[in-house]
Design a protein around this ligand. Structure first.
Ligand code: ZN
Length: 258
């Protein structure tokens, strides 16, 4: 009796998940991005892109609803085909650096499924350069408008396995802050590198990442730093930034160590 009703509920939720999402609740950006800087072809190694989406702050963007098509769908299909390990704590335990051990201790509070906004951006980068064949990262800064109605989502990549100097994305975000926007999140990606435990989808800050987070917080009051591998995301509150081991590297994130 119990198991039959449980199965009925499970079947119902499966059919709900499989139904096409209503337009209002589909995971997508409500408008095209505005390109602020672009160098080189989108699919070439080393090409740069700085752009922003200016969109209504819709709850779906913060939900675990996945994009139905595009680069993110292809990323998940390929992830499954390649049978890649995605357990976030298992990945961290393979490389127990001091920073990785801090995240392991807080994993229950800090690590969760990637949200729609994070998946959209991860898919965008996977659509530019296949992250399995040509590992590359993106960085984002997410702000909320003074009237709290809109989000401004900066997105920056150099089509490289790291971001390098963050000034191109930090400067416009700080100008927005002067104009009254609230700096919510500094996000970047760490992609999967099967067989390379030190950099395999690690959801923890490298020394340069930790240094950037602490300094950007001092400049902007950013509330949270996040790192996503496209499947899971670690969400570190600003109060945790000083506990991480920092390696001063001149306003950079995601150098070769991730
Ligand atoms: Zn990094």
């Amino acid at each position: 009796m119990f198991s039959r009703s449980f199965l009925a509920v499970a079947a119902l939720s499966l059919s709900v998940a499989a139904a096409p999402a209503h337009a209002d609740t589909a995971c997508r950006f409500a408008s095209e991005p505005r390109v602020l800087m672009e160098e080189g072809g989108p699919n070439a190694d080393g090409s740069k892109l700085l752009q922003l989406w200016d969109v209504p702050d819709h709850p779906v963007l913060w939900s675990a609803t996945a994009p139905e098509s595009g680069g993110y769908r292809r990323f998940r299909d390929e992830l499954a085909e390649r049978k890649i390990e995605t357990g976030p704590v298992r990945l961290l335990e393979r490389s127990p650096t001091p920073n990785n051990r801090i995240v392991i201790r807080h994993a229950d509070d800090w690590i969760g499924p990637a949200n729609c906004l994070e998946m959209l951006m991860f898919g965008h980068q996977h659509g530019r350069l296949n992250t399995f064949e040509n590992p590359s990262e993106f960085a984002s800064i997410i702000l909320r408008s003074p009237d709290r109605e809109r989000l401004r989502v900066y997105y920056y990549t150099i089509n490289h396995d790291g971001i390098g100097r963050m000034d191109p994305i930090v400067e416009p975000a700080l100008a927005d802050r002067q104009a009254g926007w609230e700096v919510l999140i500094a996000l970047h990606s760490h992609v999967f590198h099967p067989g390379q435990p030190k950099i395999d989808g690690i959801l923890a800050p490298s020394g340069p990442d930790a240094d950037f987070h602490a300094r950007f917080h001092a400049q902007s009051g950013v509330r949270e730093a996040r790192i996503t591998n496209g499947v899971h995301t670690v969400r570190m509150p600003a109060s945790s930034f000083d506990g991480f081991q920092r390696a001063a590297d001149g306003n950079e994130v995601g150098s070769s160590s991730g």
